[in-house]
Write a new protein. Structure first.
Lengths: 376, 335
C-alpha cells in the first residue's frame, strides 16, 4: 500500500502543509483526545454490528469501515455545523459523527443521533428514512446530509446543487462528498466535478482509496499512481493524504475546505487506505479469491488507532499506559471485546442499539406512501 | 414580457411556453433555469430567449454537455429549497441523465418518507414527423411512466402549453414535459391566450371534440391526426369523440371511462413504439375499468417497434397517420 503523504506539488492549494502552517497546529490536546475517542467509536460501531449480526439480532449486509475510520473522523472534525456531507455505504459512522464536536448528545447538533442511525441499521420506523431504503441510504435535509443511493458518485452533482443554493442565499458553506476509488470511473463523477470546477463551487471530493472496488484492484480502474492527479484535468487542487493518519486527513481536508470556503472552488483529496475485510460482510469469506492473504495482512498493519496513539505519545499528550488501556487496534471483530474500548464509547453505542432493537417496524401500508407530494 | 402584444394577438405554442417560463421566473424568486445553450443563445429553439439578460448567471445557467450533472445539480438545488427548470436540448438526450432522474430525483420524496420533495421541471422538444431521425424524434415517456415519482405532461395547444407548464413549475414534484417541437411554430394552432394568470391542472384530460360512435384517445401531435381521422369518419357516417389526455402521469381515467359509456368503442393512438408504450397502458386500464361498456375490441395505433427513421417515406411508414387511425376506427365502428 502506498502511504505517501506528499501533496501533488503542482496542484496544491494555497497554504502548504509546512510545520507551523498546518490546520492541525490549531488543535489542542483535548482535540487530539476527542479525535482518538471518535476513532474508537467508529471502530466500535463496526465491530459491534458484526457481533450483533452473528448473534442473530440484525439482518442485512454490513459494509465495514474497519481500518478506514481516520478518513471519516479526520475529514468531519473541522467542518462547520452548516456544511453538507454526502456519505456512501462504507461511511456509516459519518451520519452520527457529523458536527460531533458540538457535543455527542447535543440535541441541536447538525448530525444524526445514535438512536436514529441504529434505527436505520435495524430497519425500524424511528429511522430518519422510516426504513424505506437500506443501510446508508438515509440523509437529512435539516441536518444537511445528502441522501445516498446505490449509484456511486451519483450524489456529487447534488452536492454541487446544495452549495450553489446556499451561495445564492448568501450562505458560505462547503459540501464534502465521500467516494470509493471505484466510483471515480463513473461518468457522473467527471460531469459533476467538471461543473463544480467551472462554477468554482465549494465541493470537496474525498476519495477513500482502499485499493479494492469490490473484487477489482485499482490498476483495472485507472492508470495512475496517485488518483489525485486527475484533478489537474479539472484545473483544481488534488491532494494525497495518508488515510491511516487522522491528523494528515484533517490537514489535507481542511486545506481543501478552506480553499473552497474562500471561494476558490473544488478539490479532490485522495486518502490512501486499505479495505480490511470484504466488500460487504456477505463476501468476507470469499475475499481471498481475489485478494492474497499477505496483501490483506500488510494492508491492515497500520491501524489508524495505533497511528494516532503513536502520534499522541510522541507529542507527550498520551502515556504508553493510557494507550494500552484499551487495546482495540489490530484486532478483528471476533477478537475484540468491549473492554478494548473506552466505556463511554461502548455505552454510547449500546444506547443506540438498545433503542433500535426495541423500536417498532413501520406500518406495512407505508410501503405505498410518499410516491408524490400532495399539491399545495 | 419583452415584446409588447395586443390582447387579441394570436400566439404560437413556443411563445406560450416562453411566456409560462418567464412569468414563473418573475413570480418565483427561487426559480432557476439550467440547460445547454439556454443563456445568450436562448436555447436551441429560443424558449429561454431573454432570460439571461433579465436574470443573469445567478438564475440562468448555460451548462456543459452533461445531462447527468445538470439533472443532479438541479436535484441538489431543489433539495435545498430552489425550483429548477431543466431544459433538455432534445428530449432524446434525456437518456444521458436517466439515472439522475429515475434513481435520484424520482425517488427522493419516497425514500425520505416525505422529508424532501423535488420541485423540478425537465422539459424539452419531443416527437417525430419532422425528419429529425433517430435521435431528434423520440417520445420516450414510457420509460418515465414506469418510474414511480415522476409526473409527465404533453401539451398539444398553446393554451395548454402555457397552463400546463405553469402548473408543472408550481408542482412540488418532478415533472417531465414533452413539448411537441413540430407544433412550436405551427400557424394553424395559434390562439389568443388569456391576459391574466392561469394554470391548466395536471391530471385532467380534455375532450377536444365530442362524438357518439367511437372514442379516440391520444396526446401530442396525434391529437391533430385524430381530428383528421374524425373528419374522414364523418364522411363515412360515424362521429368520433377525441380525447387529449394532456397528462400521462397521473392519468385522468374518469374522462375516458365517461366517454366510453357513451361511445362504447375505443381507439388509442400514440407515436411511441408499440411494445410497452403508453398506448398499451391506456388499453389495459380501459379494459379493466370499462370492459362492460365496450361493444368492440379496443385497438391501438402506434409507431411500429422501430426507431424513427430519417427520410420522409420511411418515417411516415412507421408512424401513426390519419389514414391508419381512420382505417382502425372504421373497423372498430363496424365491428
Amino acid at each position: 500500500m502506498a502511504t505517501t503523504t506528499t501533496d501533488t506539488a503542482q496542484t496544491s492549494p494555497d497554504g502548504q502543509s509546512s510545520p507551523g502552517n498546518r490546520p492541525s497546529d490549531r488543535l489542542t490536546p483535548d482535540d487530539y483526545r476527542e479525535l482518538l475517542k471518535q476513532l474508537y467509536l467508529a471502530r466500535y460501531f463496526d465491530v459491534r454490528l458484526i457481533k450483533e449480526k452473528k448473534r442473530g439480532r440484525l439482518r442485512g449486509t454490513l459494509y465495514s469501515s474497519h481500518n478506514q475510520e481516520a478518513i471519516l473522523v479526520g475529514s468531519l472534525y473541522g467542518l462547520e455545523p452548516m456544511d453538507w456531507i454526502s456519505p456512501i455505504h462504507r461511511d456509516m459512522p459519518a451520519f452520527f459523527l457529523k458536527d460531533f464536536r458540538s457535543g455527542w448528545d447535543n440535541p441541536d447538533r447538525m448530525g444524526m443521533t445514535i438512536e436514529e442511525v441504529c434505527s436505520q441499521v435495524w430497519g425500524k420506523a424511528t429511522s430518519p428514512g422510516r426504513a424505506r431504503d437500506n443501510w446508508s441510504h438515509i440523509g437529512s435535509k435539516s441536518k444537511r446530509i445528502i441522501h445516498s443511493t446505490s449509484m456511486l458518485a451519483g450524489t456529487i452533482p447534488a452536492a454541487a446543487g446544495v452549495v450553489l443554493a446556499d451561495r445564492l442565499n448568501g450562505l458560505n458553506t462547503v459540501a464534502v462528498t465521500y467516494n470509493g476509488e471505484g466510483s471515480t470511473a463513473q461518468g457522473v463523477f467527471h460531469e459533476a466535478i467538471n461543473f463544480a470546477a467551472v462554477e468554482k463551487l465549494p465541493v470537496v471530493t474525498i476519495i477513500e482509496n482502499n485499493q479494492w472496488a469490490y473484487g477489482t484492484p485499482t490498476h483495472y480502474e485507472y492508470p495512475l499512481e496517485d488518483f489525485a492527479r486527475r484533478a489537474d484535468g479539472y484545473g483544481i487542487p488534488g491532494l494525497v493524504a495518508d488515510g491511516q493518519d487522522v491528523i494528515d486527513v484533517y490537514n489535507k481536508v481542511m486545506q481543501a475546505v478552506e480553499h473552497a470556503r474562500s471561494g476558490n472552488g473544488p478539490s479532490i483529496v485522495e486518502c490512501k487506505t486499505f479495505r480490511a475485510y470484504g466488500h460487504g460482510d456477505h463476501d468476507d469469506d470469499r475475499a481471498e479469491k481475489y485478494r492474497p492473504a499477505e496483501e490483506v495482512e500488510k494492508g491492515r498493519k497500520r491501524d489508524p488507532l495505533h497511528v494516532m496513539k503513536a502520534r499522541m505519545i510522541e507529542m507527550g499528550i498520551l502515556t504508553q499506559e493510557e494507550a494500552d488501556k484499551h487495546p482495540a487496534e489490530g484486532k478483528g471483530a471476533s477478537e475484540v471485546t468491549d473492554a478494548d474500548f473506552p466505556p463511554e464509547v461502548s455505552e454510547y453505542l449500546s444506547r443506540g442499539v438498545n433503542f433500535a432493537v426495541k423500536a417498532p417496524l413501520p406500518d406495512e401500508t407505508e410501503g405505498a406512501m410518499w410516491v408524490f407530494k400532495e399539491g399545495e | 414580457m419583452a415584446v409588447a402584444v395586443t390582447p387579441d394577438t394570436k400566439k404560437n405554442y413556443l411563445t406560450a411556453l416562453k411566456e409560462a417560463i418567464a412569468e414563473e421566473m418573475a413570480r418565483n424568486p427561487d426559480m432557476i433555469c439550467m440547460g445547454e445553450d439556454i443563456g445568450a443563445l436562448g436555447g436551441a429553439f429560443g424558449v429561454t430567449d431573454g432570460l439571461i439578460a433579465q436574470y443573469g448567471r445567478e438564475r440562468v445557467y448555460d451548462m456543459p454537455i452533461s445531462e447527468a450533472a445538470i439533472v443532479g445539480t438541479a436535484c441538489g438545488l431543489c433539495l435545498n429549497g430552489k425550483t429548477v427548470m431543466v431544459e433538455m436540448q432534445f428530449i432524446d438526450f434525456i437518456s444521458c441523465g436517466f439515472d439522475q432522474i429515475v434513481n435520484m430525483t424520482a425517488t427522493y420524496h419516497y425514500r425520505t418518507a416525505g422529508e424532501v420533495n423535488i420541485p423540478m421541471v425537465i422539459r424539452g422538444p419531443a416527437g417525430a414527423y419532422g425528419g429529425g431521425a433517430l435521435y431528434h424524434s423520440q417520445m420516450n415517456e414510457a420509460w418515465f411512466a414506469n418510474s414511480p415519482g415522476l409526473k409527465i405532461i404533453c401539451p398539444s395547444t398553446p393554451y395548454d402549453a402555457k397552463g400546463l407548464m405553469k402548473a408543472a413549475l408550481r408542482d412540488p414534484n418532478p415533472v417531465i414535459v414533452y413539448e411537441i417541437k413540430d407544433l412550436y411554430r405551427k400557424r394553424e394552432i395559434e390562439e389568443v391566450l388569456p391576459e391574466e394568470d392561469y394554470v391548466v391542472p395536471l391530471g385532467k384530460a380534455k375532450v377536444v371534440q365530442e362524438g357518439d360512435d367511437v372514442t379516440i384517445v391520444t396526446y401530442g401531435q396525434n391529437v391533430y391526426h385524430a381530428l383528421g381521422a374524425a373528419e374522414k369518419l364523418k364522411e363515412e357516417g360515424f362521429s368520433a369523440e377525441v380525447i387529449d389526455i394532456r397528462t400521462i402521469v397521473p392519468l385522468d381515467e374518469d374522462t375516458i371511462v365517461e366517454s366510453l359509456k357513451k361511445t362504447n368503442r375505443l381507439v388509442v393512438v400514440n407515436e411511441a413504439p408499440r411494445t410497452c408504450g403508453f398506448a398499451g397502458e391506456l388499453l389495459s386500464r380501459m379494459t379493466e375499468r370499462a370492459f362492460e361498456y365496450l361493444d368492440a375490441p379496443p385497438v391501438r395505433i402506434t409507431r411500429m417497434d422501430t426507431p424513427v427513421p430519417w427520410v420522409k417515406p420511411l418515417e411516415l411508414y412507421v408512424l401513426p397517420s390519419v389514414a391508419k387511425i381512420t382505417e382502425a376506427a372504421l373497423k372498430v365502428c363496424r365491428y
